[in-house]
Design a protein. Structure first.
Length: 256
């Protein structure tokens, strides 16, 4: 058998690519940036939101103030309000009158009273702001307060106070001023009774309101007794309806 001589093939030479010059090499990748701190990110967002809200509030306050100034100017020019003309026997200058109108509007704003309502319901008496009792009573009604008359005549006014249709209660006290306790379902609880607010002839007499010259208690006693009564009720049991403002009623200011 014929043998064929096989010649070993030499191994293929490896193809080597020439190195790229330094100028054409791709730049090395930058190290990865650290992940942002989540807490700091939330803090930054909160600060940005707070700054934005403050800016919005500032702009809105500026717009509101300018709007109130225009209303004050209009009210002054209308010439309808005596307390913008005189302070007692002294004639007010236009600058004083405008400033007083603006004070009425801004003071009303702090109590949740609209500008036109404030112009009609807030009066300066002897340089001191006062509030019409009708505005005070209306604000109480809007906040869920109500009352029932126990007495409303020429001798005085007595009312029982309610909130959201329920009587406002107070503890019953003994002769020592301590709460009276009673047994209820095996537990000792304070005995309670509905709140009664009153301003009667004896109170007016004690305050020297009946002897004053031109006293309105002799002309409109029912109205005057109610005005005092509702003022006492609001200050004692519903201060939030005027945001804590402690203004006397117009009638009280006139009697001071």
């Amino acid at each position: 058998m014929e043998q064929q001589t096989q010649q070993a093939q030499p191994p293929a030479a490896e193809t080597q690519q020439p190195e790229a010059p330094e100028s054409t090499k791709a730049p090395a990748a930058a190290p990865a940036a650290p992940a942002p701190d989540r807490a700091m990110t939330l803090l930054d967002k909160s600060v940005d939101e707070a700054v934005r809200r403050q800016a919005e509030t500032f702009v809105l306050d500026q717009c509101r103030f300018t709007h109130h100034q225009r209303i004050a100017q209009m009210m002054y020019e209308a010439g309808l309000y005596n307390d913008l003309k005189k302070d007692g026997d002294r004639q007010l200058s236009p600058k004083e009158a405008l400033a007083r109108a603006m004070v009425k509007i801004e003071l009303g704003h702090t109590m949740g009273i609209e500008p036109f309502e404030a112009m009609n319901g807030i009066y300066f008496v002897y340089g001191r702001p006062s509030l019409e009792s009708g505005i005070r009573a209306a604000k109480m009604k809007r906040h869920g307060y109500d009352w029932r008359f126990l007495q409303h005549d020429t001798k005085g006014c007595r009312i029982v106070l309610l909130k959201d249709g329920k009587y406002i209660m107070k503890p019953v006290l003994d002769e020592k001023g301590l709460p009276v306790m009673e047994d209820r379902d095996g537990k000792q609880v304070m005995r309670e009774e509905p709140v009664v607010v009153a301003f009667v002839e004896a109170d007016a007499q004690r305050a020297g309101l009946l002897e004053k010259k031109g006293s309105l208690y002799k002309v409109w006693p029912q109205i005057m007794y109610f005005n005092r009564c509702i003022s006492i009720a609001q200050k004692a049991y519903a201060p939030e309806v005027l945001n804590g403002a402690d203004l006397p009623s117009r009638e009280e200011a006139q009697e001071m």
